[in-house]
Design a protein around this ligand. Structure first.
Ligand code: NAG
Ligand code: NAG
Ligand code: NAG
Ligand code: NAG
Ligand code: NAG
Ligand code: NAG
Ligand code: NAG
Ligand code: NAG
Ligand code: NAG
Ligand code: NAG
Ligand code: NAG
Ligand code: NAG
Length: 462
């Protein structure tokens, strides 16, 4: 069959696909209880020698095994299922443990229809073709030489910005969404490295060294079109407000374009183990304290705020409140240990942090880790906070904004408390080119606040 022929046939299938995806009857319906029951069955078997049998024989051409009439499909960490998930974006991860993971179809009909439509636009590949056939074909990814019939000359593109997690992702999401609304395929142009792809200067051997050095190192590909810069028409969108549907669509686009590759997913699984249990049990208030590049003499002009100031924004704190602290800088953790440890229940990821100021390698990522490690921690923190926290206290930050949107997307009511951390440019500018002095000055302000508090406490006592 020629490529042109297969294009025609796929085009015909598309009409069917749209019809099917609007059909409310979901052929792969499963209930969460069923899934849990089956997984318990699998887990019980994993304690004896049956487990390797159930998932044995998985390989690159057959990376998952589907169960219960294809209501979910599971794989092993040591066999990559990336090619499989790439063209099953309407399946989501529903289970992970130390040696396996499982996908199940997205249950929300509107979301599933949107993702299928988006995927069609991006790849001209009809998901139904692979998923409604018999199970053995569902278990196989597409052959690597599959010819997608996307018209790449019609593609819209964007060059990623080399900024922090929130800003970079927002840029991609909004540009992608713009292309989607114009019914154009979208691709990111490979231009410059993303800061999270850098290793520590003294150690280049990280788990995520990748030649592209951008988002594509971590996330599944979104398009078969070339990433070379050929002056394609560009969509370069800053975040903007939208109505409820638009906000929802952008979140689904975010999920679509940031599906972690398996090696990253495994890393994330291990990173969240030490704290997930606590957060699940207690719930949490998420607190985002941005230091690192806050205070830099460039917009948006920001200061460091004391942890006390964030706490003061939350009227109903109790000794029982579990606070999930998200921060980029060691000074925040030290401050909590010195002044607040006994008053609340604190949870934070145990990455090593240094006192960082924006400069050179520390640009946005002061933690004393390589960029990829930092990205992994950020991803885990966003995931856990959005899953378990019902409130968020934060200052001015694109990262906090993306976190809030994700928390809201779970459908739970989310209470936010905002601390104004903006300052006038003139208070930041004296430190141009002197990041160490700036950080010292800002930290002194934080210290002064506690000093004053101690003094007024002392006066109250006397
Ligand atoms: C399995 O799923 C198909 C639809 O995908 C359905 O037609 C069939 O009845 C199901 N079989 C069983 C045993 O549930
Ligand atoms: C991969 O596994 C499938 C199913 O078990 C099997 O049919 C196929 O021959 C295997 N392929 C390779 C390359 O081993
Ligand atoms: C993956 O690990 C399982 C045990 O968990 C083992 O049985 C299997 O042979 C491994 N597969 C590969 C491809 O290494
Ligand atoms: C799907 O999700 C959207 C957005 O969260 C929600 O408005 C809608 O009611 C959901 N639809 C179904 C069928 O659950
Ligand atoms: C895709 O197209 C190339 C070049 O036209 C051809 O060599 C290859 O066999 C095709 N692959 C498939 C799976 O049809
Ligand atoms: C592909 O897109 C270009 C640019 O929009 C257009 O000129 C061309 O006709 C399209 N090709 C096909 C086969 O649709
Ligand atoms: C790591 O890579 C950077 C950029 O290629 C290079 O400048 C640096 O010398 C390397 N460091 C080590 C320890 O190899
Ligand atoms: C370099 O990084 C790797 C991966 O993070 C780590 O395993 C290794 O111990 C590090 N080496 C040094 C010398 O720090
Ligand atoms: C939201 O925006 C979409 C376009 O993206 C539009 O079709 C829809 O009518 C809008 N909904 C409301 C309630 O304004
Ligand atoms: C804190 O939790 C404990 C045990 O769950 C409970 O007995 C106590 O009343 C709670 N205190 C407050 C102030 O909510
Ligand atoms: C404080 O109360 C609000 C409104 O009842 C609630 O949504 C929020 O989760 C509470 N925050 C904390 C930290 O308990
Ligand atoms: C304030 O007092 C506490 C103990 O009451 C002490 O740990 C802390 O160091 C003092 N802070 C300052 C800035 O003096």
């Amino acid at each position: 069959m020629t490529a042109a022929n297969s294009r025609l046939i796929l085009g015909g299938l598309f009409l069917l696909a749209v019809w099917h995806s609007l059909d409310v009857s979901n052929p792969k319906a499963w209930t969460f209880r069923e899934l849990k029951r089956d997984l318990r069955g699998l887990a019980a078997k994993s304690n004896n020698r049956d487990e390797p049998l159930i998932l044995s024989g998985l390989n690159a051409t057959s990376p998952v095994r589907c169960h219960n009439n294809a209501s979910y499909c599971c794989g092993l960490w040591n066999v990559t299922a990336d090619d499989w998930w790439m063209h099953h974006p309407d399946w989501e991860v529903v289970h992970e443990d130390s040696f396996k993971f499982c996908f199940a179809p997205v249950q929300n009909d509107t979301k599933r229809a949107f993702i299928r439509d988006l995927h069609w636009l991006q790849w001209q590949f009809d998901i139904d073709e692979s998923s409604t056939n018999e199970i053995s074909s569902l278990e196989r990814p597409l052959p690597s030489n599959y010819n997608f019939s996307v018209n790449c000359s019609d593609m819209r593109a964007t060059v990623n910005i080399n900024s922090g997690y929130g800003a970079s992702l927002m840029w991609l999401i909004h540009s992608f969404w713009e292309a989607y609304t114009q019914r154009k395929p979208f691709q990111t142009i490979q231009k410059w490295p993303w800061l999270y792809t850098f290793s520590r200067p003294d150690n280049n051997s990280t788990w995520a060294n990748c030649k592209e050095r951008d988002q594509t190192c971590f996330y599944l590909p979104i398009s078969p079109c070339s990433r070379e810069d050929k002056n394609q028409p560009r969509y370069e969108k800053r975040p903007e407000n939208g109505n409820e549907t638009q906000v929802m669509q952008r979140l689904w686009i975010e999920e679509y374009l940031s599906r972690p590759k398996q090696f990253l997913r495994q890393q994330l699984y291990h990173l969240r183990q030490p704290i997930e249990h606590t957060l699940r049990k207690n719930g949490c208030l998420a607190m985002h304290v941005r230091r690192g590049d806050a205070g830099a003499p460039k917009p948006p002009y920001r200061r460091y705020a004391a942890v006390q100031e964030y706490l003061d924004q939350v009227p109903n704190l109790t000794a029982n409140t579990t606070i999930f602290l998200l921060t980029d800088d060691a000074s925040t953790i030290e401050e909590v240990r010195q002044h607040h440890a006994s008053k609340h229940h604190w949870v934070y990821t145990n990455k090593i942090r240094v006192h960082g100021v924006e400069q050179g390698f520390n640009n946005h990522i002061p933690a004393h880790s390589s960029g990829p490690d930092e990205l992994a921690y950020i991803s885990v923190e966003q995931e856990l906070a959005s899953k378990y926290c019902d409130s968020l206290v934060h200052g001015r930050s694109g990262y906090a904004y993306t976190l809030f949107e994700r928390m809201k997307s779970t459908g739970r009511p989310i209470q936010t408390y905002y601390l104004e951390t903006r300052v006038l440019p003139r208070s930041a500018n004296p430190f141009k080119g002197k990041p160490q002095e700036r950080a010292a000055f800002l930290m002194q302000q934080v210290q002064d606040l506690y000093q004053k508090q101690n003094e007024s406490n002392a006066q109250l006592v006397s």
